[in-house]
Ligand binder design. Structure first.
Ligand SMILES: Cc1cc2nc3c(=O)[nH]c(=O)nc-3n(C[C@H](O)[C@H](O)[C@H](O)COP(=O)(O)OP(=O)(O)OC[C@H]3O[C@@H](n4cnc5c(N)ncnc54)[C@H](O)[C@@H]3O)c2cc1C
Ligand code: SF4
Length: 795
């Protein structure tokens, strides 16, 4: 049997071994020599281990039975110190030992990865200066954990932020240091970077940007970090995450061609024809890669070469990145900073999501997704294939409209080509899944074992399951899990809450359902479900609510807030206007704007002024307009028959009654209404969650419309002949929506999910309407009255 020796036991090394075994398990006697003393593991998952979300055992990729079953000699804790290329053997030295062993090879594969770059600052050798590269770094950081201990993370890239998040979860007081003015600036445009920064700041992570670190100070251990501008910060630990350097030390030592990386050709062969190299240690066509997907492509090519069944060559990879900080969804692929490119952008303030697409010559060249990365792989594929987007230009911002809930698992998947990537972390394509299924993977778990699909950050698991189900024909009932902290579906969590007899808090729900973790997503959702279940008896947990709801004001892009007082029906009075003008002058409000919902928005309010302004607004007889909440927003109205020649009913009066009837309720999402005095529809009532079109005979009810990224006309629901019927029906409709829609599901999506027939069947008799309407309580008081905003008083 020929001898194959692999240097390194990292992810690329193990992928080469897996692929060789797939091609010909009997061709080689394999020896793996790895300097790390532990079993091979998924390095990507170090971030969740640091954050305490996973244990080392969860991220091991290969174990003892794998080695024994495949007759592999695995040598952890051994370093290859040199290679005799002429006689074809390597010298292996146990770490911290001078004796060495000789191991012969017919083919050698070098997978020595990379080493973290350490800034050459005075004091860099002090205890407490650490990188974020391997399990030992993670163990060290965890061993140093202590509430309030200060840590500086130098570097605002993917790993720096993941380290900062993990350390924050461990209780450290974390400050991220960057020399640029925005974060993840290699992957994100400044606006997306700022959004991300704000989300992380809400998790209590601090940032010091535009700062040049100059010196680490300490006697035996780090004590502080100094900056070029003469300032300094106290630090118990410093994590350097400023890049990696290909580890070509061994290759250099044995005379292989290197150029800041081991130089390889398209077959992954080095300058020695029996030595191959893959992973972060190589330079291929002038490029070095630091992500797993390209390394796996290289490993496949390398395995075919060493098994002498060469089919493919490696021509380079397009790459995409995804941040794995729980509760923060960020995706970036391609280019985003060329000023000449055409840019398409969308932002949903309520959901805090943003998309930015860069287009050049009718081709997508870059995509940055913030808050929702569901369409990441779709855009990535368009970028990779340089697809002409002319035909899909109009819908491009909506993502892959062919793979939505209605076509899940069928049409969308059928359309995918075999080379389309499913799992971005491990570079698994639809074709790989097809092959795996053809080779006997009958369950999703076997597919994961075989291909590694969806074992990285996990972001692709729902698409992967759709593809697997389609290819294998296996029934995969995709659970709509509430979030990554639990395997319980939204409905299961809600059902648990529905049958509770006593009011509990968010953490008690989590622990009763054995959640693995806690994130913003489940916090906000459970908080809402509890509040809609127990109404006034439930005390909202402000820490679990979205920032704007917690602050009772809308955060703006410059860190100030916007406040919008209630103004029912868009009607105001001279004394209200005067009071608002006085308040705006008193607090030096820089911008006063009339909103699309016919209210007055005071923009640019500092956090310190919020309480004072609220008190003054309350003293003038006005209250919060809930413009920041998942709550009843406005009921827009036209002037109606009181003023308009065409008017058929009193649209202003009805709109005030409607707003009054459902005011101050938290909802699964924002809830907007409209009343138009005639079918000319000046109040745009047919693109609202609940709209009324008045006619000579009465009131047409239209529901489930929206105007936003997706504009959708309402569906016509029913007709009433009196105002009081409209108001009663509105209350019933709102209560049904509050109790049956999922958190963050707009009426439009609720109607699409359950169907208008279902809604109508629940509210098809006056008795049923009365029953639902009677259950709608007043759940919240004006949060701007002093007694209710005690938490902001100290702001
Ligand atoms: C915290 C973290 C998060 C990451 N997240 C992502 C992500 O989300 N997505 C993504 O695609 N990528 C991510 N990466 C990058 C990804 O993990 C790496 O690209 C990948 O692991 C590199 O694999 P490799 O085999 O080339 O090198 P490595 O995994 O570094 O393996 C090299 C191995 O060789 C050993 N070695 C070196 N010299 C010798 C020698 N002379 N003798 C014996 N052994 C030797 C080293 O000890 C090491 O174990 C992340 C990396 C980190 C650190
Ligand atoms: S909707 Fe009809 S009633 Fe209302 S302002 Fe327009 S034309 Fe007049």
């Amino acid at each position: 049997m020929k001898k194959l020796v692999i240097v390194g036991s990292g992810m690329s090394a193990m992928k080469v071994v897996d692929e060789v075994l797939k091609i010909d398990p009997l061709m080689y006697q394999i020896t793996i020599i790895g300097a790390e003393t532990v079993l091979p593991y998924n390095r990507i998952m170090l971030s969740p281990v640091l954050a305490g979300e996973k244990e080392f055992d969860d991220i091991k990729t290969h174990d003892e039975p794998y080695f024994s079953q495949n007759n592999i000699t695995f040598m952890p804790g051994f370093e290859v110190t040199t290679v005799n290329r002429k006689a074809r053997y390597v010298e292996v030295t146990p770490i911290e030992n001078q004796t060495f062993e000789r191991i012969d090879y017919d083919r050698l594969v070098i997978c020595t990865g990379s080493t973290p770059f350490i800034l050459p600052l005075p004091g860099k050798e002090l205890a407490g200066v650490v990188s974020f590269r391997d399990i030992y770094d993670v163990e060290y950081m965890k061993s140093e954990a202590g509430k309030g201990k200060k840590v500086a993370v130098i570097g605002t890239g993917l790993l720096g932020l993941e380290a900062a998040n993990g350390l924050n979860e461990l209780g450290f007081d974390v400050t991220v240091i960057g020399n640029m003015n925005s974060i993840m600036n290699m992957q994100l445009d400044p606006s997306s970077g700022n959004l991300l920064q704000k989300v992380l700041e809400q998790k209590a992570i601090k940032f010091k940007l535009g700062a040049i670190s100059s010196k680490i100070v300490g006697v035996d251990k780090v004590e502080s970090l100094e900056f070029a501008d003469g300032t300094a910060m106290a630090a118990d630990m410093i994590v350097m995450s400023v890049g990696i350097v290909p580890n070509d030390a061994l290759a250099k030592r044995i005379g292989l061609q290197t150029d800041r990386g081991i130089v390889v050709g398209d077959t992954m062969m080095t300058s020695d024809p029996v030595i191959y190299s893959v992973g972060e240690c190589i330079k291929h066509r002038g490029v070095t890669y630091g992500l797993v997907a390209p390394l796996f492509e290289q490993a496949r090519v390398c395995a075919e070469q060493v098994c002498e069944v060469s089919h493919h060559i490696y021509t380079g990879s397009d790459i995409s990145t995804k941040l794995k900080v729980s509760g923060v969804d960020v995706f970036s692929a391609g280019e985003f900073d060329c000023l000449e490119d055409e840019v398409m952008c969308s932002k949903d303030h309520a959901l805090n999501t943003r998309k930015r697409l860069s287009i050049r010559n009718n081709k997508l060249v870059g995509a940055v997704l913030f808050g929702d990365s569901t369409d990441g792989l779709f855009y990535f594929d368009l970028i990779k294939k340089e697809t002409d987007i002319s035909d899909i230009r109009k819908t491009l911002l909506f993502g892959d409209i062919s793979i939505d809930a209605s076509s899940a698992g069928s049409e969308g998947v059928k359309k995918m080509t075999d080379d389309e990537q499913v799992c971005g972390c491990l570079g698994v394509t639809k074709g790989d899944i097809v092959n795996a299924v053809n080779n006997g993977c009958s369950t999703f778990e076997l597919l994961q074992e075989e291909t590694g699909c969806a074992t990285g950050c996990g972001g692709c698991s729902s698409v992967a399951k759709q593809v697997f189900s389609f290819v294998s024909g296996a029934e995969m009932v995709e659970k709509d899990t509430l979030c990554d902290c639990t395997t319980h579906s939204t409905q299961e969590v809600r059902q648990h809450i529905r049958v509770l007899e006593e009011v509990v808090n968010v953490d008690e729900v989590r622990s009763a359902l054995a959640f693995d973790n806690a994130c913003e997503k489940c916090g906000a959702a459970i908080n809402y479900y509890l509040s809609s279940q127990f109404n006034e008896a439930y005390q909202h947990n402000d820490d679990e609510r979205p920032h704007n709801e917690k602050m009772h004001a809308n955060l703006q892009n410059d860190g100030t807030y916007s406040i919008v007082p209630q103004m029912q029906g868009g009607l105001t009075t001279p004394s209200e206007l005067k009071a608002l003008a006085d308040i705006a002058i008193k607090y030096e409000v820089p911008t006063v704007k009339v909103t699309g919902g016919q209210r007055i928005d005071l923009l640019g309010v500092t956090k310190e002024n919020l309480n004072g302004m609220w008190d003054d607004i309350a003293a003038a007889g006005m209250e919060s307009g809930y413009a920041y909440g998942k709550a009843t927003r406005t009921c827009k109205s036209c002037v109606g028959k009181e003023h308009c020649l065409m008017g058929t009913q009193d649209s202003m009066g009805l709109s005030i009654k409607m707003e009054d009837a459902v005011w101050s309720h938290f909802m699964p999402h924002k809830f907007k209404m409209g009343v138009s005095g005639c079918p000319r529809n000046c109040a745009e009532s047919t693109i609202k969650d609940f709209g009324v079109i008045c006619t000579e005979k009465g009131y047409e009810i239209h529901v489930a419309g929206a105007c936003g990224i997706r504009t959708k006309a309402c569906v016509k629901d029913r007709f009433f002949s009196t105002e009081s019927e409209v108001v009663e029906y509105l209350k019933a409709f709102v209560q049904l929506y509050r109790m049956e829609a999922n958190y963050l599901e707009r009426v439009m999506h609720f109607e699409e999910r359950v169907g208008l027939d279902y809604i109508q069947s629940k509210l098809d008799t006056p008795e049923k309407i009365k029953h639902w309407a009677a259950q709608l309580p007043k759940t919240i008081k004006n949060p701007w009255v002093t007694v209710n905003h005690g938490s902001q008083k100290s702001a």
